[in-house]
Design a protein around this ligand. Structure first.
Ligand code: RB5
Length: 145
């Protein structure tokens, strides 16, 4: 099960990604928003981050206009590793090296076909562990400063 959410700037792309994932037989829970009324992206990041930290979801997807605001907001949650990806190489590295638990996209930046490739690449990639595990531990140690 994948948790997905967006603000108004990511609403349209969110719909396309949900359709794409469901066509592949992947279950998705949509945490909103459900229309294009203007909202504040930190409010949209919150339910998806809480869902990821609560367990029961493989990963999260968050989308705003650029992907910037919602990724900054998501990374304020202890334990979240949100990676803003606008290319497939970054998506692969986000899982292999950073073990990102949330992928962020810009609905006004990345087209739907590319977004699907980014999500597919991230989902198919495997965390490599090893030296990357220690680096991730150091990221989370920063949360305690
Ligand atoms: C909303 O207009 C826009 O600022 C938001 O979607 C996002 O791009 C912020 O980083």
């Amino acid at each position: 099960m994948i948790a997905i959410g967006s603000d108004h700037g990511g609403f349209e792309l969110k719909g396309h990604i949900i359709k794409h994932l469901e066509e592949k037989g992947i279950e998705v829970r949509d945490f909103g928003v459900y229309n294009e009324d203007s909202v504040d992206y930190p409010d949209c990041a919150k339910p998806v981050c809480e869902a990821i930290l609560g367990g029961g979801y493989e990963c999260g997807i968050l989308i705003c206009g650029t992907g910037i605001g919602i990724s900054i907001a998501a990374n304020k949650f202890k334990g979240v590793r949100a990676a803003l990806c606008s290319d497939v190489f970054s998506a692969k590295m986000a899982k292999e090296h950073n073990n990102a638990n949330i992928v962020c996209l810009g609905g006004r930046v990345t087209g739907r076909e590319k977004a699907n490739m980014i999500i597919d690449t991230y989902l198919e990639a495997k965390f490599q562990g090893g030296r990357h595990l220690e680096r991730i531990s150091k990221i989370h140690a920063l949360e305690e400063i």
